[in-house]
Ligand binder design. Structure first.
Ligand code: MCA
Ligand code: AMP
Length: 504
């Protein structure tokens, strides 16, 4: 038996239609990429029937070879853990250790980065040259077979591995593809990082499910405006739209005319991962002719809510649930309420956090036995039109979860790293509203007695060696004290107010 995810991928086996256009311009057909994924799956299994869910890290540059690598792992019955070169070694080591990665698939240009993680692990070269046609010996798979483990930050320090199954991904592939009208005629302009749900599953897997073409490009505003000429779908986070609009406003008139023409050729531009400011959405509409289609998603559920492809896209809202998604809004006691936490359930909801039963239990709302459990999003929402209209995201239930440029981060994880600095006694990290990043990560630190204050740059350099770049505080304020409640806990909303009032 083969899962829907696998069957859909194999259905492209004989197609000469382009699956991927690499950043360098090389074009690869579905036939090329499916054959390479079958070849890699064979190499990975190395005589075994199935990898039986074993985690395989993928450190491969964006492009056809990346698709073949991830799908090769999935076909082999493994669980893909995508690593990014953007992070420092310490973060990659954490993912490899936490996920108990036994094998790494590595592209030629990433060998130096993979080196520190290679000891005791098998390293397999990512290559389109592992060609193979045989499908009969593929291991069995069904909806519950694990496919991907994506790391996401939570309120308990280090990131957790969210386990996504074949069923989760196949459900969302079909539901998002249908909702957004995907077909093989589409050319997706792909500039998102591939180690997160947005770039990997919402963008790439949706395009692959529909047999569309994915054009990979590193995000840079001017090249994105230019590449729109050959693409008809774009998916981005608000920070990307902010940069696109800023580049447009700064361009000369001839360039503006060209970029406007390119943008008007898009049949769809979506925004997600963080709130899209309505002024930004309107600015993009001014150029492209259409307000971006804003939708809401999470690593644990994929896309949950979306504005319609056709019909009213109400600025500031994230639309309605996909057909495969059920929702509730509940107050703190778990009663249905007009404003409260969004709960979600359905076949796209993940299978739990890897080896974290307690955190998995807490992520779901208690449900009667035998009922599919409701996942707690941690987002406070309401619905327009007296509860019948589109959803609005009002904020997070936890002050310790921030979103910077579409990346989720835990203030607590950054505080722990700051406390490792020899001169720092304590730290409080908060998000300050910011046009470019959504939340601007700001650290307020207390000094250890007898230590001179380190400069902000020194603290940032210390963090950069230990944390992904987006977690590194943009500002560091040395303070005498932090606002605390009678139990000694830092009152973060008060700290944010002080910072906004200019009291460093
Ligand atoms: C880069 N920097 C950042 C961020 N990105 N700082 C804060 N937040 C960020 N997101 C740092 C760089 O390290 C650098 O620091 C400085 O900012 C300028 O970097 P620059 O080269 O200009 O940035 P970039 O590399 O072009 O990145 C900007 C970006 C990127 C393209 C907007 O952040 C990005 O790809 N964001 C997408 C995140 C995403 O895919 N999230 C989806 C999660 P320095 O100057 O110190 O060196 S999944 C999700 O949320 C759910 C499922 C959903 O609904 O989608
Ligand atoms: P992640 O854990 O990185 O998948 O981030 C998921 C979180 O991103 C959600 O819980 C929301 O807080 C936020 N998010 C995603 N899409 C939107 C949106 N359109 N508007 C506001 N917040 C969003």
């Amino acid at each position: 038996m083969r899962s829907q995810l696998v069957e859909r991928w194999l259905s492209h086996q004989d197609r000469s239609h382009p699956a991927a256009i690499d950043p360098g311009g090389g074009t690869f057909s579905y036939r090329d990429v499916v054959r390479a994924s079958l070849g890699l799956s064979h190499v990975l299994r190395d005589g075994r029937g199935s990898l039986e869910g074993a985690r395989v890290a993928v450190l491969v540059s964006p492009g056809a070879s990346f698709i073949a690598s991830v799908m090769g792992v999935v076909l082999a019955g493994g669980t893909g853990v995508v690593l990014t070169p953007l992070y420092p070694e310490r973060e990659r080591r954490y993912f490899c250790e936490d996920a108990k990665v036994g094998t790494l698939v590595v592209s030629d240009d990433m060998h130096a980065l993979a080196e520190p993680h290679a000891e005791g692990r098998r390293v397999v070269a990512a290559s389109l040259a592992h060609e193979r046609d045989v499908v009969d010996d593929l291991p069995p798979s069904d909806a519950d077979t694990p496919a991907l483990q994506l790391y996401t930050s939570g309120t308990t320090g280090r990131p957790k591995g969210a386990m996504l199954t074949h069923g989760n991904l196949a459900t969302q592939q079909a539901a998002v593809g249908a909702a957004w009208g995907f077909s093989e005629r589409d050319v997706l302009l792909h500039t998102l990082p591939l180690h997160h749900m947005h770039g990997l599953a919402i963008a790439l897997f949706t395009a692959l499910g529909a047999g569309a073409t994915t054009r990979f490009l590193p995000f840079e505003a001017a090249s994105v405006w230019s590449a729109m000429a050959e693409c008809n779908v774009f998916m981005g986070v608000p920070s990307m739209y902010q940069r696109l609009v800023a580049a447009f406003d700064g361009a000369d008139d001839t360039t503006k005319v060209r970029w406007t023409k390119n943008a008007r050729g898009l049949r769809l531009a979506t925004s997600g991962s963080a709130a899209l400011p309505t002024t930004l959405g309107e600015s993009f509409r001014r150029v492209s002719g259409a307000y971006p289609l804003e939708r809401f998603g999470m690593t644990e559920i994929g896309v949950g809510l979306t504005n319609p492809l056709v019909g009213e896209r109400r600025p500031g809202t994230v639309g309605a649930p996909l057909d495969t998604v059920e929702t509730r809004i509940v107050d703190e006691d778990g009663n249905d309420a007009p404003v409260g936490e969004l709960l979600v359930r359905g076949p796209s909801v993940f299978a739990g956090y890897f080896e974290r039963p307690e955190e998995t239990r807490r992520a779901f709302f208690p449900s009667p036995a035998g009922e599919r459990a409701w996942f707690r999003t941690g987002d406070t929402v309401t619905r327009d039109d007296n509860g019948a209209g589109p959803f609005r995201i009002l904020g997070r239930t936890s002050v310790d979860i921030l979103k910077s440029g579409g990346y989720k981060l835990s203030a607590l994880e950054i505080e722990e790293v700051l406390r490792e600095h020899p001169a720092l006694l304590d730290a409080a990290v908060v998000g300050i509203p910011d046009e470019a990043w959504g939340d601007r990560v700001v650290a307020c630190v207390l000094l250890r007695e007898g230590h001179a204050a380190p400069s902000a740059e020194e603290v940032r350099a210390f963090c950069k060696e230990r944390l992904a770049p987006y977690k590194v505080p943009k500002d560091v304020h040395v303070r005498e004290a932090l606002p605390r409640n009678p139990l000694g806990k830092v009152v973060k909303p008060a700290l944010v107010r002080e910072l906004l009032a200019g009291e460093p």
